[in-house]
Ligand binder design. Sequence first.
Ligand code: ADP
Length: 986
Amino acid sequence: MSSQQLIVKQRPVLLEALYAGGSAEPLDCVLDLLLAWEVLVWEDYLSIRVSEKPLSSNARHLLDVVYEKGEDACGLLLSAFKQVLPEEQKAELCFGKECAVLEKKTAGSAASALLTDRPELVRKLRDNIDGALNVLVKNGCFTINDCDGVQLPVYTPSQQVRRLLDQVRFKGEKAARTLLQYLDQTEPTKQNPEVEKHQRLDRMRNFSASPEILLYQKKLRSSVASQSHFLSTYGGTGRFSLDDIYTDGLLEVMDASGETTTLELKDVVGPVGILNKDADTALVSGEAGSGKSTLLQRLHLLWAREALLTDIYLLFPFSCRKLNAEHRTLSLKDLLFLHCCWPDRSQDEVFQFILDHPHLVLFTFDGLDEFKQGFTDEERHCCPTQPVPIPTLLFNLLQGTLMKGVMKVVASRPQAVGPSLKRYLKKEVHLKGFSPGGIDCFVKKQYSDPAMAKRVIDSLQGNTALLSLCHIPVFCWIVTKCHQELLGAEGAIPQTITDVYLLVLQHFFQRKSSQPQGALRKDWLEEHLDTVLKLGQLALEGLEASCYVFSGYELQKSGLTEDDISVGFLIYCNDLSVTDCKRYEFLHITLQCFFAALYIILNQCNNRSAIPKLFQSQHRPQKCLGHCVKHTVDETESHTAEKPDLQITAQFVSGLLSKQHRNLLLHSCPAALRERKVKQVVKSISKAMQRHFKSIPRPVEGEKKSMHAMPSFVWLIKCIYEMQDNSIAQDTMAKLDVEHLKLTYCNIGPVECTALAYVLKHLRNPVGLQLDNNCVGDVGVEQLLPCLNNCHSLYLRNNNITDDGIRKLVEKGVCCENFQKLALFNNKLTDACTQYFALLMKSKQNFLSLRLGNNNITSKGAEQLAEGLSFNRSLQYLGLWGNHIGDRGAEALANALKNSTTLIWFSLVDNGVGSAGANALAELVSQSKTMEELWLNKNSISRDGVECLIKALKTNSKVKEIWLRGNNLTPEEEEELSKQESRLTF
Ligand code: ADP
């Protein structure tokens, strides 16, 4: 296809690439190249890049202008796209044959060199704008007004550079010569980009930082190192340094099209997964206990040791929970120096350095979800020296109104990140806890005795509900910490998070007890009731007021003594700020929620409405739980978003009321009171579920009745699971009347799968369960098995599932009469799983649809699958899009499906199928009595292959369409062949 045709055909995708995300950078980069290659002349450029017009109109005009210039210009335009676009975007495009870029002519004048060397000049000038402007002013080429026009803060550094270049060109030859001479002096020799990069870094490090700055950097590094060396959950005893215990978690980013990529720690700040180039805040999002704080701590430690983020000169770590306690108005300068590191000398110089070098500075903010006030961008503030309230300061930093260019990393639970904040995110990194391998690795790091590690791992393997909990690092930590209680457990092994937290409660009291090991009295909870209630009250009041850090005075007020504190649930705050009073926090936010729940259950003088309000608070603006915390109206109203802390608390409340724990609570909570609370929880859950079910829209005619779960649906399911009462699950599900249950992008991991299966196994009629784009994994698949027969369809696209998960799924699936459809697009499947699908095909003669797109299946896997398919009499849809089955695989599958009397739809798009494969598929076409659509786009079929398909179509009237876009055919061939057979689509 000619380049001109490619431009026309791909116009929507090309336009999207030029202005998607609202950033002008792709368009500007393409323009730079086209100017340099003389595809565009200066007048073209001025007519295209009109800043008063929307970006989309600039982009359209560019395509039109270049198209008019003919085939060569279009070829060069495609080459420019190829250079500028990221790999993921390039994959969607066809660039045609390589187009030679003309040998660069030596520019006749300095002004013309500004065009021919433009891409390089933009790169060089980005770090030198100030210097260049100074020289231009000094030489009388620029006025101060010109400089201001270039450096307007609304422009990104690259845009400022381009404005500078345009202005210099406008000023004429002298200005151009001055600029080029300046750049020559700052760039002594031309080097390869790698060396250049290193030199730039070196220059950055030695950019004549004054001794004062170096001193400050040293002090900051050393205090960050000492704060991040130990894990706080271990009480800072020094036994567990972060180095000994840190285990990589699963990190993923999603691009604009929904594709996910796995990341390493260093990539959190790197270029992978950027959604908005103009923003400078990266979000690390994950559920409570998924390891966000620990990840930031690791980043801090590695930076302090100069082992990572080496191009960051100063890193300032903040904790939002600690910022809550700051009631003064502060300027940015105060914030940095008072809350992170005080410069012993030359404060002004240090601060000026920070202002002058934003790209060398990184701020991290841990626990945005714990910040009292929800994010808003209503109040603008950009002055670094003017004192303002902390929320104003924080929100303006995140938006980039204040200190544009400073990279920020923010950690938060997903619930706290609403659309208003999302607009300012450069990228969103999802932390999904430990992988199965990560759990093993973490457990091994915990014990010096490998035999003990093995015992713990074996016991986890034997209890998959507990194993699924261990994907969340904080649960994994508790489980390993309580291994003695776990391995020696006489009663039931822990299944729920409440079980696990009761274990840790028991463990801590055991440690404190004077009794010999293992001899904690049966009524241990009653024995420690006083401490539990005091901690519980502190915890609950704290949650209600978004307070996670407590002063000694507050502890005293709650009646907590040194003895209570020494049990170990409260720890000293790690704090970089300048303060002389000791402050405390719970070991982890989940533990604070657990104590709050204990208080709600065990405090006999509790307000009767505490439980209903706890559940209702998820649906209304937050109100005090009828408890004794005094809020201001503002504080109360700022919490209109979902409250994840109260959700966790409600989960624990449900768990504590489960029958298993009846005996434990017997002495501390009278039976009648307990029963009343059970009833309240059941009623609250049922009411909340009803609200969901009522929101299900009537089905559109011809469509299935389907429910798209709202965020708190999963939470309610988890509360039901914590109660471990089948009748509650059964009653709830009896009221759910849908055919399709959609839970996409809901952060469903193995833990949620356990709860879902527990509840969904009581569905009266099978549903289609859509769990696409979650983090189910193999352990999650295993957890779902109990409800597999209640699913006629299971959609698990993009869920990190491997062959092992498929083995388990199929083992169960073959016995589930109702299970008929499976979608596994974009997982980690290889040829090792196709034997299981073959078994499924042979064993289940009512199976309808199998979609395995975008995995790693080759011809070998296809042959194995084909073997099973030849026995199948029911399959209607088979999708293998984006695998690597090649001609051999296509032949095997075509052969196996030839006699199928059910197949309707078959896709082998993008599978490296050539004409030999097409030949075999033609045989399938000629024999099939049922097939309606065959998808063969993006393969390498040439004319003879298509001719075979045409011949086969002559004898088949059932087939409606064969898709052949993106094969080895010229446009002329496509035109001619489609005239021969209208059912071919090119
Ligand atoms: P979050 O900030 O997401 O609530 P944390 O980082 O506080 O979670 O993790 C809770 C606990 O889990 C930590 O104190 C630590 O014991 C354990 N943990 C979390 N992430 C890791 C990790 N990557 N390696 C080892 N332990 C971890």
